[in-house]
Design a protein around this ligand. Structure first.
Ligand SMILES: [Zn+2]
Length: 219
């Protein structure tokens, strides 16, 4: 768990409160700064898909100490926030119970606002992506699964989601070699305008409900 107490980026955007913080799964690159975010923003809920992994226990204790309710979410759950709908497309309880791979426990969420939508995949891989196909995953914006690894963004998913934009969250010195050329080629061949945080820096999308999401490159 990160020892930092800072939430520099969120503060720089003038964000003072958060309704919900969602932990996709128990990997350090997805929860490293989350303890600080809980302390600094005291969200109304912390969303997780499973409370079993040992790696997540200290974060859950921190949430309990702050009296932040912990909500377990599974595929089929649905929440409304100020006109936006957040649907949970994965994981499924049977997959979480059976699997030992944290990536397969990733919370996958589709956020819809008016006629615009975004699909946030976490580190979901092929097995879950194939099940998502039946869950109406179509979205204007795809946050690419597992940092552009070849284990994710299977052609069937890309075809069904049919995004106009994609973003790959990956560090400049990421040791796993993500994103993979094969995935970048798939996105390019599908005509998806792709942004990468290692090359573009912070990327912001606005869902305005009426047109395709606007890309704002903060650099
Ligand atoms: Zn990851």
């Amino acid at each position: 768990m990160a020892k930092t107490l800072f939430s520099t980026y969120l503060w720089s955007r003038g964000i003072e409160r958060l309704d919900v913080v969602a932990l996709t799964h128990a990997h350090a690159d997805h929860m490293g700064g989350m303890s600080a975010v809980l302390s600094n923003f005291r969200p109304r809920e912390l969303w997780i898909s499973t409370d079993s992994p040992p790696e997540v226990q200290s974060l859950l204790k921190h949430a309990r100490d702050l009296a932040i309710p912990i909500v377990l979410h599974q595929a089929g759950d649905r929440n409304e926030f100020g006109g936006a709908t957040v649907r949970v497309l994965a994981p499924w309880l049977d997959l979480v119970m059976r699997e030992s791979k944290p990536n397969d426990e990733s919370l996958v969420m589709k956020i819809s606002y008016g006629n615009t939508s975004a699909l946030l995949e976490g580190d979901t891989e092929r097995k879950a992506e194939m099940r998502i196909l039946d869950e109406q995953p179509q979205a204007d914006l795809l946050k690419v699964g597992h940092h552009g690894s070849t284990t994710s963004t299977v052609p069937q998913l890309l075809q069904t989601v049919h995004p106009e934009f994609a973003v790959i969250s990956v560090g400049t010195r990421y040791v796993y070699g993500h994103p993979r050329t094969k995935v970048l080629t798939r996105l390019q061949d599908s005509g998806v305008a792709t942004r990468r945080t290692d090359l573009n820096g912070a990327v912001t999308f606005y869902l305005d409900g009426t047109v395709s999401p606007q890309i704002v490159d903060l650099r």
